[in-house]
Write a protein that binds this ligand. Structure first.
Ligand SMILES: [Zn+2]
Length: 100
């Protein structure tokens, strides 16, 4: 199963040695998800199964990759690709209410 390749909206192709890089990153991170929870500052305790690009999607350098559990990886890639779920539109309310 090449799950990371299937039906992906990713436009940047992974390098030929991606599998090797992925293994290196997972080993470096101890197969633990590197995601830090924003609310608690604690690191996710899930086992990492995926490797994620920290910076640009075409930056495949080892130090620009991090291990993530599948859930957090899905969260992140879900918000990067076209469909943004948590997009907040800041709309000024009552622009006319400026006291003189
Ligand atoms: Zn996680």
């Amino acid at each position: 199963m090449m799950a990371w390749k299937s039906k992906s909206s990713r436009t940047t192709p992974l390098p030929p040695d991606w599998y090797r890089r992925r293994a290196i990153v997972l080993k470096r991170d101890g197969h633990r998800c590197m995601h830090i929870r924003e609310d608690t500052g604690q690191r996710c305790t899930e086992r990492a199964t995926d490797v994620d690009h920290i910076g640009e999607p075409d930056d495949h350098r080892i130090h620009m990759l991090q291990s993530l559990c599948s859930w957090h990886h899905r969260q992140k890639t879900g918000s990067q690709g076209g469909r943004q779920v948590r997009k907040k539109r800041v709309r000024p309310s009552h622009p006319g209410l400026i006291p003189e």
